[in-house]
Design a protein around this ligand. Sequence first.
Ligand code: GRF
Length: 201
Amino acid sequence: MKKASLVVMISGNGSNLQAIIDAIQAKNLPAEIKAVISNTREAYGLERAKQAGIPTTIKAKRKDQDREQYDAELADIVKTHQPDFVILAGWMRILTMSFISAFPNRIINLHPALPGTFPGVHAIERAWQAYQNKEISHTGVMVHLVPDEGVDLGPVLAQKVVDIYPKDTLEDLEKRVHHCEHELLVETIHKTILQTEENNA
Ligand code: GRF
């Protein structure tokens, strides 16, 4: 089976990147991470990539740059790795079409909420608060394509409910959501690779 080439983009801890690395090393994911790109040198995920022998690039936006210029430069960097898929795993910048249009149908984003709920940042915290206010009974995780500049809005590839319990602290919920993310992201990348192989066969 041909290995799919991935570029993984991060901004922080990189626990989702680690889940992909572990799945590949355990031969549970027919893929190869060609590079890890971060928009900040502070991302611990860069350390995880180095431990796994994966090339890393830090591409921070310069103050004098506009978003489109930065995104076009970012796309040029990612293009050099010729990825089959670009995985946004804890990537915290909103991407413009000057990045997105370079990888049609090939950008996969993970978001720690169900489709149509809590788009944007602090999704887990907002879900936990909504539960305290008895507005929701559960939350979830979704993995979706990024066809345009809609934030956490693209065609859903997979979603999974995450339960919330009365005694949950925010940390309890975060742990449960991240555990679900790690599984769902790897599963969905695998499914998408197989689907693409089938379509191209
Ligand atoms: C995750 O909930 C991710 O979906 C969000 O940031 C959190 C940390 O992700 N964008 P990671 O540990 O950096 O992969």
